[in-house]
Design a protein around this ligand. Structure first.
Ligand SMILES: [Zn+2]
Length: 396
């Protein structure tokens, strides 16, 4: 008995082509259909059909050609930014941001508003909604989708926050689903470090790189690892919580309930806390950045201790995952150029030499807003359920 391999249905192939065409315009900006064909290697008629479908889905818009070209120039297509818009919500332990804009990333943000994070979930949800409605009322064009970025552990398919050690208001809540219900559009939920990985893959310095790691250092410390082009998520999507590895047994109480986690000694909050203890007054990371830049605060001693601990975290990621690049994202590096240099030097001391030598440690270029936009568009283009055209069995 022999069987013929299963063939994907034409609809699936069409969808794959649409995704490649979308990715080409997302990566390169406005392109003509002929340019898309050159970028993707897809035939002209197939590109024309995919573009028509993406125009119909309101993911693309046409714009007039503005470049000099020989012969009659073709119309350019771009990611939509006038007929439809996206809403991006960033939720953090200290502050939140709601922004609105087109589908084409950072340059498309029309407006953004920030507010201190409300202490209750109900307050958080209502302030997000109030801000979103205010932004939407001043903009023409339909809201296509929205996306929300949250810290902590998220139960993937349901988008439920399991535990957020620095933002317990959202524990057990489904912020994405609640926003979806209130806004009336599909809403993507993405974990903050995963958002940074996507931002770097789609818009930043990880384009075309299959193996890299991302360390997010803010109120908490998160790790994202991309291997073979795909985010490593673990069996339940909870991988990457390096911040809750104990490094100081009798250390400070962490938001997770343990003591001495990396998050208590190697974050923006930890650095601001060390300087605050030295000065005898409470400083935020923003105040520390400002004071250090003006020369009114000397954080050198605190930076040295902080760099040692952050170096341990980076060395752990390098030794375990052997990434070709490790991006670090944190406000702490704005305190002074010395912070990054000291952290990398500490990471080098703590890493195995061959692993460190094969890894470039670099500051992230992307941000969480871009990650939310990328995640929202990824979901808008999600693959349909895989269907196969089952060939008849042949019996010899
Ligand atoms: Zn912890």
């Amino acid at each position: 008995m022999s069987t013929t391999p299963l063939r994907p249905l034409p609809s699936l192939l069409r969808h794959l082509n649409e995704r490649r065409v979308f990715a080409a315009v997302q990566g390169a900006g406005p392109l003509s259909r002929a340019e898309i064909a050159r970028h993707t290697g897809i035939s002209g008629p197939t590109v024309t059909r995919a573009v028509a479908s993406l125009l119909q889905a309101e993911l693309f818009e046409e714009e007039a050609p503005h470049r000099q070209s020989v012969g009659r120039p073709g119309k350019l297509v771009r990611l939509a930014r006038s007929g439809v818009c996206l809403l991006a919500v960033l939720v953090g332990p200290k502050s939140c941001e709601v922004s609105i804009g087109g589908l084409d990333g950072e340059g498309s943000v029309d407006e953004r508003r920030s507010f201190p994070t409300p202490p209750t979930y109900e307050g958080l949800l209502s302030t997000c909604m109030e801000t979103a409605r205010g932004l939407l009322s001043g903009r023409s064009g339909r809201l296509l989708r929205s996306g929300v970025c949250v810290p902590g552990l998220i139960d993937g398919p349901a988008g439920r926050s399991l535990i957020s050690p620095n933002l317990h208001q959202i524990d057990g809540r489904q912020l994405g689903m609640d926003l979806e219900e209130a806004l009336g559009v599909e809403t993507t939920v993405v974990q903050e470090c995963h958002a940074l990985c996507l931002a770097e893959q789609v818009y930043g310095l990880a384009r075309g790189i299959d193996n890299f790691a991302m360390m997010d250092i803010n109120e908490g410390l998160g790790l994202g690892v991309v291997h073979g082009g795909r985010l490593m998520q673990g069996c339940r999507g909870l991988a990457g919580e390096l911040g809750h590895v104990t490094v100081d047994l009798p250390g400070q109480l962490c938001g997770c309930g343990n003591h001495g986690c990396l998050e208590t000694v190697a974050t923006d909050r930890a650095l601001a806390g060390l300087v605050s203890a030295e000065l005898g007054r409470s400083l935020s990371i923003d105040e520390l950045v400002e004071g250090s830049r003006k020369g009114t605060i000397d954080p050198s001693a605190a930076v040295s201790r902080f760099a040692d601990y952050l170096g341990i975290a980076i060395a752990a990621a390098i030794n375990i995952f052997n990434p070709s690049r490790l991006f670090i994202h944190g406000r702490c590096f704005d305190v002074s150029d010395e912070v990054f240099d000291r952290v990398v030097a500490a990471a080098k001391r703590r890493s195995l030499a061959p692993s460190f030598e094969s890894c470039e440690v670099i500051r992230a270029r992307g941000n969480k807003r871009l990650g939310v936009i990328a995640a929202t568009l990824r979901d808008a283009l999600a693959m349909p359920p895989v269907e196969f055209d089952t060939p008849p069995l042949t019996v010899n």
